[in-house]
Write a protein that binds this ligand. Structure first.
Ligand SMILES: [Zn+2]
Length: 81
């Protein structure tokens, strides 16, 4: 599940924590302190099976509006081209 090296840049993966950010409907859910293997070079995060499953559970709850979240200041901008 976890590659030996980053599949994007071949950088070294180090055990650490990251934030997982995803959109659920009109809300943005930020899951903090997610254990992950993070690429030293580009910052890409890799999650093991158990963590991926937990993230899936949280996102499922989020989509069903069952998730208790702390309010978070968020800003959204449109990229004007
Ligand atoms: Zn990388």
């Amino acid at each position: 599940m976890i590659p030996d090296q980053c599949s994007f840049c071949r950088g070294k993966l180090v055990k650490g924590k990251t934030e997982f950010i995803a959109r659920a409907g009109h809300e943005v859910v930020v899951i903090k302190d997610v254990p992950a293997f993070v690429c030293e070079e580009c910052g890409e995060a890799y999650f093991d099976m158990e963590i991926s499953r937990k993230i899936d559970d949280i996102m499922r709850d989020a989509h069903q509006g069952k998730l208790c979240v702390r309010p978070l200041a968020a800003g959204e901008v449109e990229l004007k081209v």
